[in-house]
Ligand binder design. Structure first.
Ligand SMILES: C[S@@+](CC[C@H](N)C(=O)[O-])C[C@H]1O[C@@H](n2cnc3c(N)ncnc32)[C@H](O)[C@@H]1O
Length: 432
């Protein structure tokens, strides 16, 4: 017989937490305050993993998932929780991490940045596969806890145009002679153009190429092909492709990018996040500011609009070239860029960059511990705005900033960059 449990709280991945004879049990699909019948699918020494098979007492915050593939598709994990409660849960995750790992408490909690919960994704990496048994192609996200591709024909978080392409893409894959040699289709939606980048393990035959061109024309998308790493991606149809771009109207900026280059997934929340970051940083003409992990200049160029001298540093040669082009294009000669591996930062290297009045940091999930540890005792930037995609590494770095480097955590808050997922994007302001 299946156990019946009371769900005590929600973990950082959006699983309900219950206890069975004292042993922690993480329950997929159940919310805090609920009573659920569960099926345990894995027993570990210290905890169990389970699925909710029936909700016997539902939370007032439970929502009807909009997507019919929810529960099987691994793309979303929280559609069963009201969007506003998702944001509150993410805020709690941020505060708990700061307290537990960082031993810090923000002076103020910034109001969460949130926007539409559906149709927000302008970037996605869809897996593709030819499946003999299903007699056709599959295109979509992977199933939960599995390497199989979800059998899906639409997606509620992708833009409507891209969602409507999933079924036609499945049909296209099913017709191509090299269907089993296309493992991935990357999607990038710009303001005027949508690009699909086909990862090709072997070139298209002439027949296949003709079918792909016809697909591009019928569905008004641009197709790129990528034969090896991301820098091998090239326009396939049309061969001279109009550029992808996004804009930041508040700063009068247009940002062209290549479909394989990093851009934030949620264009609306990105605008709000950039705006908040600039407001918190409060750049002034005459200041010297660094933007570390600057990518294509998403924060650097808005900061440079203030007239401050801004130095963007980034590990990717391609992104730095793109950032320089974007600075030129937007007439910002006060934005400068350099390539460097910031995971190898040292106090000597940091000192050699010269004095910075302020710092903006937007690292990958692994955080910026080497940068933080390299800040000087005297003459350190007086203000740091830290944009984070992992609250645990933000909290780890905050501990060093506040307990070793003499900063105060003035403010912190979340941005709901990825509604319906457990992903927590946040922003924090440090001052000394
Ligand atoms: C979260 S993204 C932020 C990019 C940019 N700030 C934006 O908003 O588009 C993190 C960036 O860190 C860069 N990166 C990753 N590892 C790095 C390293 N070791 N040194 C320097 N940059 C690195 C990535 O190329 C990526 O552009």
């Amino acid at each position: 017989m299946n156990p019946i449990v009371d769900i005590l709280s929600l973990d950082q991945e959006g699983h309900g937490i219950a206890r069975i004879d004292g042993k922690v049990t993480f329950v997929d699909g159940a919310l805090a305050g609920e009573r659920a019948e569960i099926a345990i699918y894995r027993k570990h020494a210290k905890y169990n993993s389970a699925n909710a098979v029936a909700i016997l007492k539902a939370s007032a915050q439970r929502a009807e998932p909009r997507c019919k593939y929810f529960g099987r598709c691994g793309g979303c994990s929280m559609q069963h929780l009201e969007p506003s409660a998702q944001v509150a849960a993410k805020q709690r995750v941020l505060e708990e991490n700061l307290a537990r790992i960082g031993k810090v408490k923000p002076g103020i909690i910034l109001p969460a940045l949130h926007g539409p919960s559906w149709r927000y994704r302008t970037r996605a990496r869809l897996s593709a596969r030819w499946v003999d048994k299903k007699g056709g192609g599959l295109v979509g996200f992977r199933e939960k806890r599995s390497s199989y591709i979800a059998d899906m024909a639409s997606c509620e978080v992708l833009t409507a145009d891209v969602s409507a392409l999933i079924q036609p893409l499945r049909e296209l894959i099913g017709q191509l002679s090299n269907a089993d040699r296309i493992p991935q289709i990357e999607v990038a939606v710009g303001e005027h153009v949508t690009v699909l980048v086909f990862r090709l393990l072997e070139p298209w035959s002439d027949d296949d190429a003709a079918q792909v061109r016809a697909f591009a024309e019928t569905h008004r998308v641009h197709i790129w092909e990528q034969k090896k790493g991301p820098d091998t991606a090239r326009p396939f149809w049309p061969d001279i492709a109009p550029e992808l771009s996004y804009s930041l109207p508040e700063f009068d900026l247009v940002m062209p990018f290549k479909p394989t280059e990093f851009t934030q997934v949620n264009t609306g929340i990105n605008r709000a996040l950039v705006s908040r970051a600039v407001r918190l940083l409060h750049p002034q003409a005459g200041e010297r500011i660094a933007d570390l992990f600057c990518g294509l200049g998403n924060f650097t160029l808005p900061v440079a609009r203030s007239g401050a001298e801004v130095h963007g540093i980034e590990g990717s040669v391609e992104l730095v070239a793109r950032a320089r082009e974007n600075a030129l294009r937007n007439r910002l000669p006060n934005a400068h860029f350099a390539v460097d591996n910031l995971f190898e930062m040292t106090p000597e290297k940091f000192a050699s960059l010269g004095h910075f009045d302020k710092l903006l940091i937007d690292p990958p999930r692994s955080g910026a511990i080497e940068v933080v540890k390299s800040l000087p005792e005297s003459g350190a930037p007086r203000r740091i705005v830290y944009v984070s995609c992992d609250p645990a590494t933000l909290a780890r770095d905050a501990e060093v900033l506040c307990h070793v480097k003499g900063y105060r955590l003035e403010a912190a808050g979340v941005a709901n960059m990825f509604p319906h997922t457990a992903h927590v994007e946040s922003i924090a302001l440090f001052e000394r």
